[in-house]
Write a protein that binds this ligand. Structure first.
Ligand code: GDP
Length: 372
């Protein structure tokens, strides 16, 4: 059952996100609804089931795989009496943990405040109820208003700070002159940093967790005497919080201003087709979808399959697919130049380098028209 598989994959990803944030998952709950309950996201019965389980097993946090509305969050927290996290909050938390430079920290802080602002009331409605509501509403409201104002001021301040840095970074990008700029894009954890290291011989942090890279690194790479710039960008993910897309503007500007995108795909992941779609959607969102692109299908060393017919590679237990076999799959028939590699074992690197070289050279020549 395909939608059943999807559900499991989504929950796997959520669990991986939770693991990255430092949590251990005790149990998963799923529910099939035509649309989420407007008050509690899940239905009443399911909510009680989760609440009872959490109580019985001393669970401190319940995580939902979607962005909850402010009122859903408030209702769930009141009914369940545990900490409620939604997907956005979880991703923001991971970003906050991983932000290394003051620039990344500023971006994450801004996104966090933007997330918090419409959700501020929930802390106060508890209080108002305890105090009996009427009569206490005045001071309660004032406090919320004060808090809201403080947060709004902080948001303005952070935006100003980012504007200044964005401007500096924009100037930096301009100063790179006419050198061809390429950017690695792809879903999170597909091997972008590993590939960056392999191509530029530098040491970029690579780890089997989500979002190891928050800050962009730009490296100069030379293939066959042709120098160009290579940027590693933040990994994309399904349902990337919109607050983050906005505040990571400058990081994404590297992608927007690149001459060539190198789209890395983790072919060993069962949802790699969904990942390609998510990446393409975000590229569209930031208006970078019309750029020249190379598709790099990575981790061929880790792909196992069941052979059913000539062109079909169904996931299974066999390993060692020959490059010739890869080139017969639908992936090879993409409208973009395509290559199959392993960034780990460096298998088929010469072919990938040749492909990148050809594309970079084409752009380089178009920029320096020696012939006219
Ligand atoms: P990024 O988030 O896209 O930058 O991904 P990373 O470069 O941090 O890699 C994520 C994980 O995948 C790390 O554990 C890498 O060691 C692993 N990895 C990267 N490339 C390959 C590959 O070609 N084969 C295998 N088996 N693992 C890889």
């Amino acid at each position: 059952n395909q939608s059943e598989d999807k559900l499991i994959e989504y929950m796997d990803e959520l669990e991986f996100l939770a693991f990255t944030a430092g949590a251990t998952v005790a149990k998963r709950f799923t529910q099939r609804l035509t649309q989420p309950d407007s008050k509690t996201f899940v239905g009443k019965g399911k909510m009680e089931e989760i609440r009872d389980y959490a109580k019985e097993h001393n669970i401190g946090t319940v995580i939902f795989d979607d962005e909850l509305s402010p009122s859903q969050l408030k209702n769930l927290e009141r009914e369940m009496e545990v900490k409620i996290l939604d997907r956005t909050n979880l991703i923001l938390d991971i970003f906050a943990q991983r932000a290394q430079t003051s620039y990344a920290r500023t971006q994450v802080e801004l996104a966090q405040y933007q997330y918090l602002l419409p959700r501020l009331t929930r802390m106060w409605t508890h209080l108002e109820r305890q105090k009996g509501g009427i009569g206490m509403r005045g001071p309660g409201e004032t406090e919320i208003e004060t808090d809201r104002r403080i947060i709004r001021d902080r948001i303005t301040l952070l935006k100003d700070k980012l504007k200044i840095i964005d401007k500096q970074m924009g100037t930096q990008r301009q100063n790179r002159g006419k050198t061809v700029r390429t950017a690695l894009v792809g879903y999170t954890n597909v091997g972008k940093s590993t590939l960056m290291n392999a191509l530029s011989k530098s040491e970029v942090f690579a780890e089997n967790k989500l979002f190891a890279t928050l800050d962009t690194t730009v490296r100069k790479v030379v293939i066959g005497n042709l120098p160009f710039l290579l940027t590693d960008t933040v990994g994309f993910i399904r349902k990337l919080p919109t607050q983050l897309v906005e505040s990571f503007k400058s990081t994404l500007d590297e992608v927007r201003e690149a001459d060539l995108l190198i789209h890395v795909v983790d072919i060993s992941h069962e949802s790699f087709e969904d990942h390609i779609n998510s990446v393409n959607e975000i590229l569209q969102e930031i208006d970078a979808h019309r750029k020249p692109m190379i598709m790099v299908f990575n981790k061929i060393d880790d792909f196992s399959y069941e052979k059913k017919d000539e062109d079909d590679l169904t996931p299974g237990s066999n390993k060692n697919i020959s490059l010739d076999e890869w080139k017969k799959t639908w992936m090879a028939k993409s409208k973009f130049p395509t290559v199959f590699i392993s960034a780990l074992t460096k298998e088929n690197f010469p072919e990938m380098k040749k492909l990148i070289y050809d594309e970079v050279l084409r752009i380089h020549i178009s920029r320096f028209p020696y012939n006219d």
